[in-house]
Design a protein around this ligand. Structure first.
Ligand code: PBG
Length: 330
């Protein structure tokens, strides 16, 4: 081996222009989706302490934020409702005037064709026990009774104008059930985003504050065990067979192997959700001066994209879109 190698990978790293030229992964605004929280019965936005910079919107602040999201050029928004009252079956989820459905109408009106309006289809924000489904008489989450609620929720969201329904409840058969409900009620055009590989993660912690979750205990009887990689593929295959339009992996950064597995074979778009805890960890470390905030954000979203995500749901979507526009991503 001579002291002066002829093969020099460093050659292409020498200047910003060279690095930009050979970059394998580029971020596009259209590939970003902003999750948003809308709270019932408030006239001002409410800060979420574990997610600095993210709020529970009032109707007014929500309308302004939707318009800002449209101007930013991001691909879509994913809406979550925070209701004032809750009950055992999550009635607010299927009430046409419930907060999520009402917010959807506002978003559709405000956004027009500028971006896609998407809604979280799950009962946990609306139930007084905080589970993603209804409970049987033993207090266990009843899969098939929950599917009936999801069917009604899907129709209510489609009626409100949602274009993509985010099935995040991890009930077996939820894709087939909601597809059938939509097709039977004249909504064949509404798309289904299946949270196929959704793991029972500690990284949803700040989200629980964001939606005032009533949950005690955990979701391990329906969300996946973090150690199970093969099962991620099984869940995605089932959702594809049931008629999903998009499959998703969640959380993102801790599950890049699962994401890469699914992206390698999926005939459908593959998305990833950079969840509340991923957001909170970077913001908290950056606030202490322990990491460079902007570089950490960029590195995380670039890595999720590199692993195979076609689109990333991230609370930084609008800020990232500004960086992309200003050429600050390299
Ligand atoms: C279920 C849902 C959750 C998240 C998105 N949809 C919470 C959960 O499964 O416990 C978490 C998102 C995040 O942490 O950012 N409605």
């Amino acid at each position: 081996m001579p002291d002066n190698p002829t093969v020099r990978p460093r050659r292409l790293r020498a200047t910003p222009a060279l690095r930009r030229q050979v970059a394998e992964t580029r971020l596009h605004s259209a590939d970003l989706v902003l999750p948003m929280f809308v709270r019932e019965g408030r006239s001002e936005p409410t800060p979420i302490s574990s997610m600095p910079g993210v709020v529970q919107h009032s109707t007014d602040s929500f309308r302004r934020a939707v318009s800002e999201a449209c101007e930013s050029g991001i691909g879509g928004i994913m809406l979550f409702g925070v209701p004032e009252t809750r009950d055992a079956v999550g009635s607010g989820a299927t009430d046409p005037n419930g907060i999520l459905n009402a917010a959807t109408r506002i978003a559709v009106e405000e956004a027009g064709d500028a971006l896609t309006v998407q809604t979280d289809l799950c009962l946990d924000e609306f139930t007084d026990h905080g589970h993603c489904g209804v409970l049987d008489r033993h207090g266990r989450v009843d899969n098939d009774a929950t599917l009936k609620r999801y069917r009604d929720m899907a129709v209510a969201q489609a009626d409100a104008g949602s274009q993509i329904l985010g099935l995040s409840g991890m009930m077996d058969g939820q894709v087939a059930a909601t597809r059938d409900a939509l097709d039977q009620t004249g909504h064949p055009e509404v798309a289904l985003l299946a949270y196929s590989a959704k793991y029972a993660s500690a990284l949803y912690g700040p989200f629980r504050e964001a939606v005032d979750s009533q949950l005690t205990g955990d979701r391990r009887t329906y969300q996946m065990d973090p150690g199970n990689r093969r099962e991620g593929m099984r869940e995605a295959s089932l959702d594809i067979a049931e008629g999903a339009d998009i499959v998703m992996v969640k959380p993102a950064l801790s599950y890049l192997d699962v994401l890469a597995d699914i992206a390698a074979v999926s005939p459908l778009p593959v998305w990833a959700y950079q969840v509340s805890g991923e957001y909170a960890m970077i913001e908290a470390a950056a606030a202490r001066g322990w990491i460079d905030r902007n570089r950490a954000i960029l590195e995380s979203v670039t890595s999720i994209t590199r692993a195979g995500a076609d689109t990333v749901l991230t609370y930084w979507a609008v800020e990232l879109a500004a960086w992309i526009r200003e050429g600050k991503t390299a």
